[in-house]
Design a protein around this ligand. Structure first.
Ligand SMILES: NC(=O)c1ccc[n+]([C@@H]2O[C@H](COP(=O)([O-])OP(=O)(O)OC[C@H]3O[C@@H](n4cnc5c(N)ncnc54)[C@H](OP(=O)(O)O)[C@@H]3O)[C@@H](O)[C@H]2O)c1
Length: 204
């Protein structure tokens, strides 16, 4: 059985998007800085199955390849789905995405769609995602979903791509946790160009 884990770019002050995210600025004001590390390295990495080419450090390229290899399904909240317009039709990792929502956008329901809209809760979405992922991991996001996963004890691993910027406001990854302390174990630290990849095991 794979892990349930996050995989989000986060500012040093804990934001995954800047203030006022919306259709004009899906990552909020200043939030595009959180993704700058995809373009500041000296190693070319083409995401398999896409025409997306990143310029990252060699260590980050290895990490991205590993993420692509080990991810079997994703569970995301409806805001991320809407703000990215369904990642343009397919998530870059090319795995099934289970979108937790209170209403189904029927335009997106069609034969062979990579998206499944789950209206009976996060637990149901995770069960469906795990069934599809098998031995592979289930990635979860964004902030609201991660916080619910932690509260319910669903999360095995927190992986963050820590970006050297202070956004000062926006969508906070852990703002509404409401419980704690939650102990974590540092399992990996990888320095890239313009980013530090950090992995923590959630101690249960
Ligand atoms: N930095 C990064 O790597 C990264 C990656 C992805 C996203 N983001 C950013 O994260 C932000 C979005 O994250 P977010 O935390 O605000 O929202 P989110 O988790 O993407 O979506 C929240 C929405 O999901 C639905 N939902 C969540 N839990 C539910 C439940 N238990 N039952 C039914 N529906 C449920 C609700 O929508 P409805 O009730 O309306 O259906 C809720 O408003 C955006 O700014 C995006 O750009 C950043």
């Amino acid at each position: 059985m794979g892990k349930v884990r996050t995989g989000l770019s986060v500012s040093l002050d804990g934001f995954i998007a800047g203030p006022n995210d919306g259709p004009e600025a899906p990552m909020g004001v200043g939030g595009e800085r959180l993704l700058a590390w995809y373009a500041v390295g000296d190693t070319k990495f083409r995401l398999p199955g896409t025409d997306m080419v990143f310029m990252v450090s060699e260590q980050t390229a290895e990490y991205l390849a590993e993420t692509r290899r080990t991810t079997g399904a994703l569970v995301f909240g409806r805001r991320t789905f809407d703000l990215t317009n369904g990642w343009g039709g397919k998530h870059p990792l090319d795995v099934p995405v289970f979108v937790v929502t209170s209403s189904v956008p029927h335009d997106w329901v069609y034969e062979g769609s990579p998206f499944t809209f789950v209206t009976d809760g996060l637990g149901s979405a995770l069960e469906q995602a795990k069934a599809v992922a098998g031995d592979h991991d289930v990635g979860v996001g964004a902030a609201g979903i991660v916080q619910q996963c932690i509260k319910a004890g669903f999360l095995d691993e927190i992986h963050i791509d820590l970006v050297p910027v202070l956004l000062g406001g926006g969508v906070s990854l852990f703002d509404h946790l409401g419980i704690g302390p939650i102990d974590l174990e540092i399992t990996r630290v990888t320095e890239g160009a313009g980013v530090v990849h950090l992995t923590f095991r959630v101690v249960k």
